[in-house]
Structure formats: C-alpha cells, structure tokens
Design a protein around this ligand. Structure first.
Ligand code: ZN
Ligand code: ZN
Length: 261
C-alpha cells in the first residue's frame, strides 16, 4: 500500500540505490512511497555525515518515475528542543512533499548507540527519551509527523530491546500526543520494530489514544535502508490504522491525503 519512510544511498546509512528500492516497491504492489533521507546534525564532530547532499538528493530523485507508483520526496529531520531556526532554513533549500520529525539525539548523544546507554538503566534512559521527545514536539511546528515515537527501544546500544507501552509513561505520552493533535501534526507507525522488538514503533495502543486525544493524521513507514525491507509489514500497519481511524495518510506538497482503508 504505502511506505512513507525510506532511505536510499542518499542517506549516510542507506544501502540500496533509489531506483532499486523503487523496483522493490513495485514488485511488492505498493501504490505510493516517499524517500525520507536523513538530516541530523551532530555536535562535537569534525565532519558531519548525517546530512545528505542536496545536489545528490536532487539527482537521485527528481527524475525518478515508475508506472503505477507515486514517488514522493521527503526528509527525516532530527529535531532537538533548540534547532527550529536551523531546520526552517534548511527546509527552504528545496521542495519536499513530507517532513518526518524524529528524535534521535538526546543530550547530544545518539540514543541508538552504546555511549548514550553508559551509566543509565533502561528506566532512566526511556524516561529521558520521552521527556526530550515532549520538549521537541512542544518547540517545533515545521514537521508533518513525529517519526517512530519509542525509537529508543530498537537501538543497537539498548541491551533490553523492550518496548515502551502506552501506559508506562502515561502522563508524558498523553502530553506528547495531545501536543501533536493540538498542532495538527501526525504520528508515524514505524514497522522497523517488528523484527527487533516484536511490535510497531509505537504500537497500536498509542494510536487509539492519539485518536481519543483528537489526533487525525497517521502515516506508515518501513524505515527501510535496503531493498529487502521496502514495504515490510506496511500492509499490516495500514490495516491496524484503518481499523482505528478508517484511513491512512500520505503526503504531497506537505498536505495530507486521506486514503480510506
Ligand atoms: Zn529515524
Ligand atoms: Zn529513518
């Protein structure tokens, strides 16, 4: 159906060429996809690698077409409680259909990697991550959906891979979801947690709660970095969101399109 979170080799960690990923999407019967390469600013590094080259981005995607498949151009932007102005400037550099705001860095450390986990328990790490996520969604307006809330669960440096359930940090979670709903922002159901954590990031309960709190915009993304994972579990995710909301969204020109499921 839809896969609105894909990384090609335009991203520093992408492993497959854009045209090969498009071919995989067609073979799996997807109708609409969006490339969402990384812009994530590290601090205290000599050379930043997590920011794609805009020329490379344009030459990879601007002429990319495939019969029966809509291809959108997006970005996964690393949001921090203080980088709104930098983000606004960078998003003006070219046209995007869709912007995922994702929290990857907390205390200037990548929560995916082991150094963030040094000296932290699972509880303290998860709590810190959720607090930071709330600050980010309060501070930012220029994104379309929050990417993979509960991303920290699948991190390579996370020894537990245990999921954060909707009730674990209930007040914080409610504040995050309420803030998104109030701002007219959406939530992404990211399927990359299935193999590593056994459920979506975040799982269906968060989306039920999101709806209760007034949330309307929901998207699905595999977060594939190679052809094998393109569209993986997106069919199930679309069905789950269809059961809760009656639709799933895609985006064009930063505007949601509601597809009845
Ligand atoms: Zn991400
Ligand atoms: Zn991603």
């Amino acid at each position: 159906m839809f896969d609105f979170h894909l990384h090609s080799t335009v991203s520093f960690d992408g492993l497959s060429e854009a045209r090969d990923m498009v071919q995989a999407a067609r073979e799996r019967g997807l109708k609409e996809i969006c490339f969402t390469d990384h812009i994530d600013h590290e601090v205290n590094v000599e050379k930043e690698i997590m920011v794609f080259d805009f020329d490379e981005y344009s030459s990879a995607y601007d002429d990319l077409e495939a019969e029966g498949l809509k291809i959108r151009r997006g970005v996964e932007y690393g949001i921090k409680p203080y980088n709104m102005e930098e983000m606004r400037r960078e998003l003006q550099k070219r046209h995007f259909d869709f912007v995922i705001g994702s929290v990857h860095f907390v205390d200037e450390m990548d929560v995916y990697l082991a150094p963030f986990w040094e000296g932290r328990t699972k509880e303290s790490a998860y709590l810190r991550f959720m607090e930071e996520t709330l600050k980010c969604v309060q501070a930012h307006d220029d994104f379309d959906v929050l990417g993979h809330l509960t991303f920290i669960c699948k991190g390579r440096g996370n020894p537990t891979k245990e999921l954060i359930r909707c009730n674990d940090y209930r007040e914080l979670t409610d504040e995050i979801l309420k803030t998104l709903a109030r701002k007219g922002r959406g939530m992404e159901m990211n399927t990359s947690g299935m193999d590593r954590c056994g459920d979506f990031l975040p799982d269906a309960e968060y989306f039920k709660r999101f709806k209760e709190l007034g949330g309307e915009i929901v998207t699905v993304g595999s977060d594939a970095h190679n052809t094998q994972r393109v569209g993986q579990y997106t069919h199930q995710a679309c069905r789950i969101l269809g059961d809760i909301f009656g639709y799933v969204c895609t985006f064009q020109n930063r505007k949601p399109i509601f597809h009845k499921i």
